[in-house]
Write a protein that binds this ligand. Structure first.
Ligand SMILES: Nc1ncnc2c1ncn2[C@@H]1O[C@H](COP(=O)(O)OP(=O)(O)O)[C@@H](O)[C@H]1O
Ligand SMILES: [Mg+2]
Length: 358
C-alpha cells in the first residue's frame, strides 16, 4: 500500500530521515515506534504529503507521490492535538471535510451520523465540541477523518493526551474499528506497550533510521540489537564469553548462569562488535519456592529488591557471582507469598529464552 524507497529528509543540514526503505501492506495496522525526535512524525507526514522529501520516493498504491499534493492523496490524518474546532458542534466538526462535497445536506447529515456511530458517538452531533471530554474529542477527530473514506488513516500519537484507562479503552476500539473497516492504519507512538498491543507490524526507529521492522512477538522475542531490546519492554543483560561456535550452536560461559549453548536463531542479527552479552526478559526466569525443583536449569541468588504491583511482583535478584541485579517478574498466584528482601532463593531459567548480542 505504501512504499518508502531510500527516503532522505534534511531540515537545513539536520539529517532527519536517513534512508528509510520499507513497505506497509494494505489493510495492516502498522506502527512507527521510537523515542521523541527520532523522525516518526516526519516520516508520517511524507505519506500525507505535508512534508517534501530531499531524495528517494514515497509510493502509495504503486504510484509515486512526488508530484501529488496532500489533498489529492488517498490518506487522512488524525493529529496529536485533535485540532477540533471548539466553537462548532460535533456534527459540524465531523462534516467539515464535506464542505465542498456535492451531495445534498440530508445525505451529508447521514454520512456524519454514520461516522459518529462508527466511533461510538451516535446522537452526539448537536452537542458543542468544547463540552466534550478528551476521549470524546479524540473520537470526533477520528470520525472527521473517517468520513472522507481514506484508504490510509494516519494517526500521530492520537492518544497521548488521554488518561491511562481511557487510552486503553480507545486502543481496543481502534483495533476493532480498523478490523471492521479493513483500511490501512499507520500509527505513530513513543509508547512501546501501545505499539505491541495494537500493531500487526512495527517499525522501531532511532535517529532517523528504522532499526528493526517486525511483528510484535518477533520484536519482543528476537530483538536484533540491544538498543531495540531495551526500548521494547525490560531486558536483563549479563556479560558472556563465547567458548565455541559451530553452524548449529554457540557455546557460552555466563557468570551466574554457568556454561550454556544457544542456537543461531537466538543470536541478534546486528553485531556491534563489542563484548558479548546475553539478554533475557524478566518473565523468562522463575523463582523457585520451598520444595520446588526446576524443570530447566537453576541458579542460586539473593533477593535485593521487591516491588509489589498487586497482580505481579518484581524481584531484583543478585545471582551468586554477579554484581548487577537481574529483574524477575512473578505473577501473584493465590496462596503464593511475596518473598522478603535478603531471602536466599534459587531461580529456574531456560537457555532457549536467551538472546545473544555480540
Ligand atoms: N520543520 C522542522 N524544521 C527543523 N527541524 C525539524 C522540523 N521538524 C522536525 N524537525 C526535527 O527533526 C527531528 C525529528 O522530528 P519528528 O519527526 O517530529 O520526531 P518524532 O515525531 O519522532 O518525535 C527532530 O530532531 C526535530 O527537531
Ligand atoms: Mg512526533
Amino acid at each position: 500500500m505504501i512504499e518508502f524507497r531510500e527516503v532522505q529528509k534534511y531540515y537545513g543540514d539536520y539529517h532527519a530521515l536517513r534512508g528509510i526503505s520499507a513497505e506497509i501492506r494494505a489493510g495492516e495496522f502498522f506502527s512507527l515506534l521510537g523515542p521523541s525526535g527520532c523522525g516518526k512524525t516526519t516520516l508520517l507526514r511524507t505519506i500525507a504529503g505535508f512534508e517534501d522529501i530531499s531524495s528517494g520516493a514515497v509510493l502509495i498504491d504503486g504510484k509515486d507521490m512526488s508530484n501529488v499534493p496532500a489533498n489529492k492523496r488517498p490518506t487522512n490524518m488524525v493529529f496529536q492535538s485533535y485540532a477540533i474546532f471548539p466553537h462548532l458542534t460535533v456534527a459540524e466538526n465531523v462534516g467539515f471535510g464535506l464542505r465542498r462535497d456535492p451531495r445534498s445536506s440530508a445525505e451529508k447529515a447521514r454520512a456524519v451520523e454514520e461516522a459518529l456511530e462508527l466511533v461510538g458517538l451516535k446522537g452526539y452531533g448537536p452537542r458543542a465540541a468544547h463540552a466534550m471530554s478528551g476521549g470524546q474529542r479524540q473520537r470526533v477527530a477520528l470520525a472527521r477523518a473517517l468520513i472522507l473514506k481514506p484508504k490510509v488513516l494516519l494517526l500521530d500519537e492520537p492518544m497521548s493526551a488521554l488518561d491511562k484507562k481511557i487510552r486503553e479503552q480507545m486502543q481496543v476500539e481502534l483495533i476493532k474499528l480498523q478490523r471492521e473497516l479493513g483500511i490501512t492504519f499507520v500509527l505513530v507512538t513513543h509508547d512501546q506497550e501501545e505499539a505491541l498491543v495494537m500493531s500487526d507490524r512495527i517499525a522501531v526507529m532511532f535517529d532517523g533510521e528504522i532499526a528493526q521492522l517486525a511483528d510484535p512477538e518477533t520484536l519482543y522475542r528476537h530483538p536484533n540489537s540491544r538498543r531495540v531490546a531495551n526500548f521494547i519492554g525490560v531486558m536483563n543483560f549479563l556479560p558472556a564469553r563465547v567458548t565455541a561456535e559451530s553452524d548449529s550452536h554457540v557455546a557460552l560461559e555466563v557468570p551466574g548462569l554457568g556454561p550454556l549453548e544457544v542456537t543461531p536463531d537466538q543470536v541478534a542479527a546486528q553485531t556491534s562488535g563489542g563484548e558479548a552479552t546475553v539478554g533475557f526478559r524478566p518473565e523468562t526466569l522463575t523463582l523457585l519456592y520451598e520444595g520446588q525443583t526446576a524443570s530447566d536449569r537453576e541458579a542460586p541468588g539473593v533477593i535485593d529488591e521487591v516491588v509489589y504491583y498487586g497482580d505481579m511482583t518484581y524481584y531484583d535478584i543478585r545471582l551468586d557471582g554477579v554484581s548487577a541485579p537481574v529483574r524477575i517478574s512473578m505473577r501473584n498466584v493465590f496462596g503464593r507469598p511475596v518473598l522478603d528482601v535478603g531471602s536466599r532463593i534459587r531461580v529456574a531459567w531456560s537457555p532457549g529464552a536467551l538472546v545473544l548480542f555480540r
